[in-house]
Design a protein around this ligand. Structure first.
Ligand SMILES: Nc1ncnc2c1ncn2[C@@H]1O[C@H](COP(=O)(O)OP(=O)(O)OP(=O)(O)O)[C@@H](O)[C@H]1O
Ligand SMILES: [Mg+2]
Length: 223
């Protein structure tokens, strides 16, 4: 059974009085352990698709399943709980909490999950070590380079061992070398631990890391 099934999903937004169809009857299946890129021009619906799969928003019509659960049928609170347990999200602009140290940012999801302080710290340090940022654990985000911030953001996205990690233009603000290092890290995690990755990108180099590519155009899948 696929990890994710998106079945005839349409998402419309209302901009003033004009409706915008961001996704138009999109169907995809993602196998567990996939490393999958979502590509397409600006405005083609990449972010919209990731947000729906990531439980950040709900479709206008259609169904989305993560394993046996229909996430498109969940209420707001259930969506949040679900996301907390099963999904990691890496944003383009990192979204680190500026008043927290790096390690507190990484621990935050575990705190929300009610993990005890010592265990939280242990798990967070372990994942920071893995990403080569343990030495930066007690700095604030503004004391870190972009590449370092993004690694912390990746550590935060995987610290609770989610089944699925979503990345939206996760290397867009990084120079090529740092971006490629980051992708290599993620690929390693994918290979070693079977974490499923789904990431949106414009960048042909980043597409090169994918096992499979989904192409969107005007809210539809190009075959
Ligand atoms: N909250 C919103 N309200 C109104 N329209 C929206 C909203 N979010 C997205 N859209 C519209 O939906 C369409 C798809 O947007 P989306 O952000 O998914 O594209 P994208 O492929 O991620 O583009 P980019 O590569 O620029 O990030 C666009 O026409 C966009 O203007
Ligand atoms: Mg986008």
């Amino acid at each position: 059974m696929p990890l994710i099934r998106v079945v005839k999903v349409t998402k419309s937004f209302r901009e003033e009085s004009l409706p915008v169809t961001a996704l138009d009857s999109v169907s995809i299946e993602v196998e567990e352990g996939a490393f999958l890129a979502v590509c397409g021009p600006s405005g083609s619906g990449k972010t919209t698709l990731l947000n729906l799969i990531g439980c950040l928003d709900k479709p206008t019509s259609g169904n989305i399943y993560l394993e046996d659960d229909e996430i498109s049928a969940l209420g707001q609170k259930e969506l949040t709980d679900f996301r907390l347990r099963k999904i990691g999200f890496i944003f383009q602009d990192y979204n680190l909490i500026p008043t927290f140290t790096a390690i507190e940012n990484v621990e935050y999801v575990l705190w929300l999950q009610g993990v005890a302080p010592r265990e939280r710290r242990r798990l967070a340090l372990e994942v920071c070590e893995r990403f080569g940022v343990a030495a930066l654990a007690f700095r604030r985000p503004w004391q870190l380079s972009r590449g370092q911030q993004q690694r912390i953001a990746v550590a935060r996205a995987v610290v609770h061992r989610p089944r699925l990690v979503l990345g939206d233009e996760l290397t867009a603000n990084l120079d090529h070398k740092t971006g490629q290092e980051l992708m290599a890290f993620l690929k390693e995690l994918n290979k070693e631990e079977g974490v499923t990755f789904l990431y949106a990108t414009h960048d042909p180099v980043m597409m090169g890391y994918a096992d499979k590519i989904i192409r969107l155009y005007d809210g539809r899948i190009l075959e």
